[in-house]
Design a protein around this ligand. Structure first.
Ligand code: NAD
Length: 492
């Protein structure tokens, strides 16, 4: 068992989790954690700086060097990781409540799209612990040559606020499965679920120092992790701007390896022969699910000209009917944006769309009805007559705003789909199976969904092409990120 658990996450002030102990930041400063649906302060967490990060990295390094985790019998490590998954499910309601309150997404989304996939991710990688192995290689000469897959060492996991728990699990679970020790830096906006995860991991039996959680801001705690000489790898999900800083930090420190999951401007492509009802539902939830703060959101809706107008009319009608409001109310379909800053950014993009000549079909304003005036709500917004050159078609808005672009044929759809710096995901709606597979081959994106949207599974890789990043989370592919391959030669 791990060290003293003096802190149970309710809305009590958070603490750093370092070497199995709950600690304050050395400087004593704190960060307010705000409920974006009400603007109220929920609690505080420590504002860690470089010396706190140093302590966390030292704890991770010590646990790596003393083999407390990587030296443990694999069958035991498997059971512990499985237990993390089980405990996440046991605490599903509490965890979902924490995420909903700090993020503003609905309880249903927090439970279904954060807690459940995070639990599954730990159980999936529990299954890998005893299957990560090298191979024997036939080489010339009197030699036995074999490979070992060894853990890379200390991993810094820097995660965003939008799917705070599931993205943390995408990094922590495979890193632990490979035998690494981890320092997790959650977003300063959503740190509480990460502290609860640390508590659960300790309860499941993850030894002291193997999983540490440091709360703090990106330019302080995050940068200290990125610059640290004793961190072997950073696994990052977040913005392109931050990714550039991480690359610089790696280059001026120890050349630590990076995997980067960045943003997207994903095309959702609807051909005239598509199953209209299924495509409409996906177009709606592909952008308004998670209040549009989803890296794989279908923010560019490409609709073939024959069906364009009627499709958009119906989509706008459904968008206007969405129930936006209190994330804890089970009837609510869309919660609040993460922060005032994010809301303002989204509203700026909406104004930009209006100025650029896009046609506003639904929404387009901040939602201040009733109680919502206290929080950071934006109306579900639909633009049509968007052209690929407009900023709202090129830049990631990260909010509930979809821009529809008309296309004539498959060739034009591919050209538009591939015409951004991003390449995270795409969807194609058609009954023509040959066209569907051709499109899947032509689109430059890490995931292509055919007649579905937002397909995710712990076993299936997720990541980007182009400036949506490199390296893959999930599936067997993620194991590459957390292992080194050693080639051993034995003269016979
Ligand atoms: P962000 O890059 O601002 O922050 C992400 C994390 O990086 C946070 O923990 C933050 O504190 C930290 N950070 C910020 N500056 C840093 C620095 N200088 N050094 C080290 N760490 C630093 O992104 P965000 O606003 O939290 O998240 C939204 C972005 O994440 C969007 O662009 C979105 O598309 C992207 N995202 C991508 C995926 C994916 O899988 N590809 C998933 C979710 C979100």
């Amino acid at each position: 068992m791990s060290g003293p658990l003096v802190y149970t996450v309710g809305m009590a002030p958070g603490r750093l989790f370092i070497d199995g102990r709950w600690e304050d930041a050395a400087c004593g400063r704190t960060i307010d954690v705000v409920n974006p649906a009400t603007g109220e302060r929920l609690t505080t967490v420590p504002d860690a700086d470089a010396c706190d990060v140093d302590r966390a990295v030292a704890a991770a390094r010590a646990s790596f060097d003393n083999k407390a985790w990587r030296g443990m019998d694999p069958s035991r490590r498997e059971r512990i990781l499985w237990n993390v998954g089980e405990l996440l499910l046991k605490h599903r309601d509490e965890m979902a409540a924490i995420i909903s309150r700090e993020n503003g997404k609905t309880l249903r989304e927090a439970a279904g799209a954060d807690v459940a996939p995070a639990a599954d991710c730990f159980r999936y990688y529990a299954g890998w612990v005893r299957k990560i192995c090298g191979e024997t290689i036939p080489v010339d000469g009197p030699f036995l040559n074999y490979t070992l897959r060894e853990p890379v060492g200390v991993v810094g996991a820097i995660v965003p606020w939008n799917f705070p728990l599931s993205i943390a699990a995408w990094k922590v679970a495979p890193a632990l499965a490979c035998g690494c020790s981890v320092v997790l830096k959650p977003s300063e906006l959503t740190p509480l679920n990460a502290l609860k995860l640390a508590e659960i991991a300790a309860e499941a039996g993850v030894p002291e120092g193997v999983l540490n959680v440091v709360t703090g801001y990106g330019p302080t705690a995050g940068e200290a992790l990125a610059l640290h000489e004793d961190v072997d790898k950073i696994s990052f999900t977040g913005s392109i701007a931050t990714a550039r800083k991480l690359l610089q930090a790696s280059s001026v420190s120890n050349l630590k390896r990076l995997s980067l999951e960045l943003g997207g401007k994903s095309p959702n492509i609807v051909f005239a022969d598509a199953d209209r009802e299924a495509a409409l539902k996906a177009a709606l939830w592909g952008i308004f699910g998670g209040k549009g703060e989803v890296c794989s959101a279908g923010s560019r809706l490409l609709v073939q000209e024959e069906v364009h107008d009627s499709f958009l009319e119906e989509l706008a009608a459904r968008a206007r009917k969405l129930r936006v409001g209190n994330p804890q109310d089970p009837a609510t379909q869309m919660g609040s944006q993460i922060s005032a800053r994010q809301m303002d950014r989204i509203l700026d993009y909406i104004e930009c769309g209006k100025r650029e000549g896009a046609k506003l079909l639904a929404g387009g304003e901040r939602d201040t009805a009733g109680e919502k005036a206290r929080g950071f709500f934006v109306q579900p917004t639909v633009f049509s007559e968007v052209t690929p050159a407009m900023r709202i078609a090129r830049e990631e808005i990260f909010g509930p705003v979809v821009g529809a672009i008309r296309f004539r044929d498959a060739e034009e759809a591919v050209r538009i789909a591939n015409g951004t710096i991003y390449g995270l995901a795409a969807a194609v709606w058609t009954r023509d199976v040959r066209l569907a597979h051709r499109m899947a081959g032509e689109i430059k994106a890490g995931s292509v969904w055919i007649n579905t949207y937002n397909g995710f599974d712990s076993a299936s890789p997720f990541g980007g092409y182009k400036q949506s990043g490199y390296g893959r989370d999930l599936g067997s592919y993620a194991l590459e990120q957390y292992t080194n391959v050693k080639s051993v030669w034995v003269a016979l």
